[in-house]
Write a protein that binds this ligand. Structure first.
Ligand SMILES: [Zn+2]
Length: 388
């Protein structure tokens, strides 16, 4: 196996190595080094980024036991200086080590095995063999995992061969390879075969916050953040809650009850508004009907009204007698009637509205049409008046 300096010292950020092979693939070069600090993608942990002799490393992957570094150009010398993006690596190490801690807690305290792990740019996910995970259990696990961080236990990594008796009761998962097995052990608590990069103590994880859980294929997916990502999230959420509390002249603790109360009040007001508006439209309909002798009623609603109000008003008017109603809202026209005549609202729109540039349509007793400007709308109304 090619030397893997990232196994020996995952904290090393700068390293000198020799280029032992290179292949051109399209516009890129895939180079192999005699030893590397670049972690290739694997086990749910993304690959490292950084520079080889100031040439940006686009990707790092493993194939047939070799680590390939993908570069846009070849280094000028065979002896190169490698530098990893430490901020990215440390984020990976915190979330990967955080996964070990969460997996250990869920197994040792609650009996659930880890099935999958994925590290994203802003959070990580862990799939465990729990078909249902109550909120109380999640909170309990969260407290326990943060206590494991505070205990600042040492984390060791070492290789063992198949012949060595693994017989430690700390081992949570059977190795999947049969030689050169790499074990990651949280002192006195948990051991598991793993190939990623890990922190040297649990304390460096800093903080673990579970964001949410979701059921997925009979298991539970846990979304979580570690370290600075979790802390920044706390900063953001704290600011949001503090602003809300100020807005509602409340304490942080009472703001949820205040917002819930205000939403309930809003729902009641909306319901009252709806009732009052309905009553208003009934009065309005009676007023419109009382002011005309004709079967054709034309009414212009204010620009602040909507087509739903126009429909309600039309219904109220038609409930009072036999009429042809034409109501406008802005450049929109609503037509409706209940006359015992062969008048067809849809056909009126089709034959007289569309030729004027209107868009719309409808049925015998109801239609809508929208005009680009007031001029066409006025022309349409004049035509309708000659038809009824
Ligand atoms: Zn690991």
């Amino acid at each position: 196996m090619q030397n893997r300096q990232y196994y020996l010292n995952p904290y090393q950020t700068v390293f000198q190595a020799k280029v032992t092979a290179s292949e051109k693939s399209g516009d890129q070069y895939h180079i192999v080094l005699d030893n590397t600090i670049f972690y290739p993608e694997g086990g749910g942990q993304p690959s490292d980024s950084g520079f080889v002799d100031e040439i940006p490393v686009i990707d790092v992957y493993e194939q047939n036991g070799l680590v390939y570094h993908v570069l846009p150009e070849l280094p000028k010398s065979n002896l190169v200086e490698c530098r990893i993006d430490w901020q990215r690596r440390f984020y990976h190490m915190q979330h990967h080590t955080g996964q070990h801690l969460l997996s250990a807690i869920f197994f040792r305290e609650f009996g659930y095995q880890t099935w999958g792990f994925h590290l994203s740019e802003d959070y990580s996910t862990l799939d465990i063999t729990a078909s249902d995970l109550p909120d109380e259990l999640v909170k309990d696990a969260e407290i326990k995992v943060n206590r494991l961080i505070q205990a600042d236990k040492s984390i060791k990594t070492y290789f063992i061969s198949e012949s060595v008796n693994l017989g430690t009761n700390l081992l949570r998962k059977e190795p999947q390879v049969d030689s050169s097995i790499r074990i990651v052990e949280i002192s006195d608590y948990d051991a598991v075969p793993c190939c990623g990069t890990h922190l040297s103590t649990t304390g460096q994880v800093g903080l673990i916050k579970i964001m949410k859980t979701e059921k997925i294929r009979g298991m539970t997916r846990i979304y979580y953040r570690c370290g600075e990502a979790a802390f920044r999230d706390y900063q953001d959420k704290f600011e949001t809650v503090a602003k809300l509390a100020l807005m509602f002249s409340s304490s942080d603790q009472d703001v949820l009850a205040r917002v819930t109360g205000e939403l309930e009040r809003k729902r009641e007001l909306e319901q009252n508004y709806k009732t009052i508006k309905q009553q208003f439209l009934a009065y309005k309909a009676a007023e419109i009907v009382s002011q005309t002798e004709s079967q054709l009623l034309v009414h212009h609603l204010g620009h602040h009204e909507d087509i739903d109000t126009a429909q309600s008003l039309a219904r109220e008017i038609l409930a009072l007698g036999s009429f042809f109603v034409l109501i406008t809202v802005g450049n929109r026209v609503l037509l409706s009637h209940n006359l015992n005549a062969e008048i067809n609202c849809g056909l009126i729109v089709k034959n007289h509205g569309l030729p004027l540039g209107g868009r719309g349509g409808g049925k015998k007793d109801f239609a809508q049409v929208y005009f680009p400007s007031q001029t066409e709308l006025d022309a349409f109304i004049t035509t309708v008046k000659t038809l009824i």
